[in-house]
Design a protein around this ligand. Sequence first.
Ligand SMILES: NC(=O)c1ccc[n+]([C@@H]2O[C@H](COP(=O)([O-])OP(=O)(O)OC[C@H]3O[C@@H](n4cnc5c(N)ncnc54)[C@H](OP(=O)(O)O)[C@@H]3O)[C@@H](O)[C@H]2O)c1
Length: 263
Amino acid sequence: MELDLKDKVAIVTGASKGIGLTVVKVLGREGVRVVAGSRNTTPELAQLCNTYDVTIVTVDLATTDGPNSLIQAAVRKHGKIDVLVNNVGVASPRSGFLDISDDEWQRVFNLTFFSAVRASRAALSHLLLSKGVIVNISSINARLPFPMVVDYSAAKAALANFTKALSEEFAPRGVRVNAVAPGPVRTPFWTDPGGFADAVAAGAGVTAQTALNDTVPRNMGISTGRITEADEVADLVAFLASPRAANITGTEFVIDGGQIKTT
Ligand SMILES: NC(=O)c1ccc[n+]([C@@H]2O[C@H](COP(=O)([O-])OP(=O)(O)OC[C@H]3O[C@@H](n4cnc5c(N)ncnc54)[C@H](OP(=O)(O)O)[C@@H]3O)[C@@H](O)[C@H]2O)c1
């Protein structure tokens, strides 16, 4: 399918690894001029700059000014914005609600929810001019709250609600807003030392790799028997960002291998 994304300008938050990095790759391959924001530059992201039209902006998106500075850098470079992918988010494995301090709640909300609020606010005047698109990366935890990530689940629920409200306000003026809600995706979020694979592995007495390939799909009821790959999420984002999805707005697309059992 031809996505007609060539020469569009897209901003991707949280772009140095995982889903964000993969979205940069897929959009770059489609001929999009991508502005990639994260605190660090990984060799994988630097490599994409050699292959596609990718500009790296080093930014802390947890700060009040970070999201706006990323948007302004993109406008300075390309003069317009067509697509904003609010991907950045953070979760830490918790032993339960009583484990989480006020500062931790604020840290998780700041990056998972307020970065999207701030980036969207800064980008909207440009998206209104281009009749652009916002894609928010939510999570199945928005509607499937887990005690292990109670703060993150609440932040993603806020993001899902925000997605709908924005879509209602701005659809009549030509801006589409949708969300992608993945179940577990094979990224450093899971695979980094101290990440969720290690936490599951410790509980189950298996290796992190067995936890990801076997324990997680089985214990979480993933019907396909496997977790999602980042490329599968990025392809969905690219479709939603494209004119092929021109009449889709205010919708959340779950990609979870059948983990959510309700209709
Ligand atoms: N993986 C999953 O199972 C899963 C499932 C559902 C939803 N999601 C959502 O998908 C999104 C991406 O997840 P992922 O698994 O790809 O995460 P990841 O592998 O942990 O990557 C996170 C990205 O965000 C960047 N980042 C973190 N803190 C930042 C900050 N303060 N400022 C700027 N950039 C920052 C990181 O780069 P730097 O460290 O260089 O800043 C990195 O590029 C998140 O919103 C997550 O909640 C993930």
